[in-house]
Write a new protein. Sequence first.
Length: 309
Amino acid sequence: MKDRITIGSRGSKLALIQAEFVANGIRRLFPKSEVTICKIVTQGDRNPTVQLDHMERVGVFVKELEEALLDGRIDLAVHSLKDVPTETPAGLRLAACPERADPGDVLVSRHGKLADMPQGAKLGTGSLRRSVQILNLRPDLQVCGIRGNVDTRLRKVASGEIDGVILAAAAMKRLGWEDRISDRLPVERFLPAVGQGALVIETRDNDQGTVDVICGLNHMPTLQSVTAERAFLSALGGGCRAPIAALGTVADDVLELDGMVASVSTRHILRATEIGSPEDAEKIGARLAQRLLAMGAADFIAEANCERR
C-alpha cells in the first residue's frame, strides 16, 4: 500500500473542500498514509469572466489536473463530475465515485422563492441548461450570464447587482451555506447537469496502488447512475453545447434515467425516461439518447453548436 498520496485539486474554496473530503476518506481507510493536497490552476480558473459556453474546448476545469497526473506530480485528481468530459485521455481512468450529494439546483434570491420574484427580475446563471429551464418556468424573468466562484455569485446578489442566482445544491451544502437557499428547484421540472452533485477521482491507468487505495470510497449506486448519464451525453455528442440535462437514480435494483435536450432559440424542451437494470447503465443511457434524437434532439444540438462557432 502507498505511504504517500498527493491529491490534485483546483484552488477554489469549494474544490479544496471536495479534495479534503476525499483526503479524509483515505485517511480513515489508511491512517498510516500521508495525504497532501496540491493546488493546480486550470484554464477555467484563469478566465473567470468568460462564459463557459463561449470557451473553445471542453474540460476547462480538468485539463491541467490531468496533465499533472500524467507527468507524475500528483497521484489522483478530484473533480466535480459535471466538469469532466465524456472521453478520458489515454493513460488515465475515472477510478471511483463517492456517494453523490443532492444533485439538484437551488435559487438564492433577494425576493424569496422563484414564484415570489417580481416580473423582470434579473437572474444570473452561466448555464444554458439552467437558462432554458428557468425561462420555461418564469418567462417574464431576465436571465443574464454570470461567472465566478459561488461566493462571488452570492456577493452579486447581496449587492443588488442581480436579484438572484441559480446554484448547485451540493455546492451550497458542501460550503455550509444551506441557510442562504431561498428555493429548491424540483428535479421533476428542473433537471440537473450530467453528473451534478457527484465527485469523481481520476488516476493513472497503470497506478494500481492508488486505485487500490481509493476503491473503498466508491459508491456503486452513484457510479451506476452517473455512468448512465454520461453514456446519454456521449451518445448525443459528448462536447455539444446544447442545453442537455440528465439524472439517474437507483432504487430497488432498478435504474431510472430521466433526460432532456432543449432548443436555445425556442426554449422547447424534449424530455423522456428509460429504466432498466443498473448493470446495463451504459445501454440505458444510449437508449435514452436515441429516443430523444428520434424526437428531434439532433436539430436542437446542431442549432446550439452553430450559434457558438
